[in-house]
Design a protein around this ligand. Sequence first.
Ligand SMILES: Cc1cc2nc3c(=O)[nH]c(=O)nc-3n(C[C@H](O)[C@H](O)[C@H](O)COP(=O)(O)O)c2cc1C
Length: 460
Amino acid sequence: MKITVLNGSPKGNLSVTDRHVQFFKLAFPDHEIESIPIAKDFKKFETDDGFRGEVLGKIKESDMVLFAWPVYYMTVPAQYMRFFELLRELSIEHTFAGKPAALFSTSIHYFDHTAHDYMRAQVDELRMKFCGSLSAHMNDMTKEDGRKTLKMFMVKSINNCVEKLFPHRQFQEFPANKFIYKPTPENRQKEVNLKVLIVTDHSENTNLSAMVSSAAAVFNPPAQVVHLSSLKMVSGCIGCLKCAGDLICRFNDKDGHRNFIENEMKQVDAIIFAADLKTGYFSSTWQTFITRMFYNGHMPVLNGKCHAFLLSGALGHRAYIRELLEGMMLHTESTMAGVVTDEEANSAAIDQSIEWLSHEISYRVKENYKPFNTFPAVSGHKIFRDELYGAMGIVFSHDYDFYKRNGLFDFPTGRIGFNIVKSVGRTALKFPPLRRRFYNKEMMTGMLRPYEKVISKMKK
Ligand SMILES: Cc1cc2nc3c(=O)[nH]c(=O)nc-3n(C[C@H](O)[C@H](O)[C@H](O)COP(=O)(O)O)c2cc1C
């Protein structure tokens, strides 16, 4: 079988993803596996007709396409995202239609499921036939069990191609936005004395540009609007990890990315991120901006801010976006005021939602209100915490120190008093009479005891 691998790591052959592809090649010598470092060569793919023709020729001849990528910021590297945009912009998606596609990622399992959803949506939109997926922890290949699973993934994916066993698509076509938002200028009550920044990558005369103007105007003074094009970003993160040593990105002096974050974003009370979801997620320009925030490693760059989103497009068709935004924004001391979209196709409703958003922002900033986190942020924190406490804390020593300094290594272990109570309790419950009494009589009331204490104090 002829398998073409589209390697999504910007590091190309010098990547963890590539080593997994080499593993597949050696483990399956009867199949012809060829890897193209498409994320590294995405500019060549855009500008060099010969190279593009070569790549598309290989896809045409393939019996299966393996999309292999590292998870970057809960989806894929900006360069890989650009590749998928180019397929649409150059109208060459049809080359992929009907081909079996397998998905393989390496990561530390932090929002790898949303990355797989993003990629599955690409596969579905390209009208490919999904034949398997595997999300490997970047250490799995070094373990015997891991290698076994890697091989089984490949065996199963190949068999599915041979037997023509393909499931139906997971994501429906992303609907084109036909509705035109027309803001109604009226004398709305403005939120005052807040420093709000709107960061956007809108095109002119789009719903997003109108939503940005409306949102800027509900504040007094109006929110400052910065278009990502003004930063003249030269590259997304290339995963070189140079920054892990000194917290300085290799592109630091080459564009306005860091200066903007440090001197503008960090100085405001609230940040509204405005994005067009044309391709089922933020654009590759946004992903360029987001991935470059890795100069600060796993330490939150925009800690303690109030965040909000203006999104144009059918967010409801891509539920993973909302989930990953919550994870991205909330594992820190930040708060997320809300999301406004144009999905309802009703200008007055959008106006009202923008007004609602401004109130949410104002309340959170002025009252310092941070609601409790839900699963995406709670679980995300635990993954970073555990990984940094382990081997990752060696390479990312600044991050390790930050976690230590800020009490973020908050494992439920190491509390001596609690551990004694726990082992006494567990031993006591091994005795049947005590066990019976506890579960039949005392557990329900015991569980409520801490709350009763609070309530009786309040009554007094
Ligand atoms: C900029 C950047 C962002 C990352 N984001 C994530 C992430 O969101 N989730 C995750 O589990 N791992 C994340 N990682 C870790 C990589 O997915 C992991 O190290 C991967 O194996 C690297 O593969 P590569 O060498 O092929 O690029 C990130 C790494 C970098 C450099």
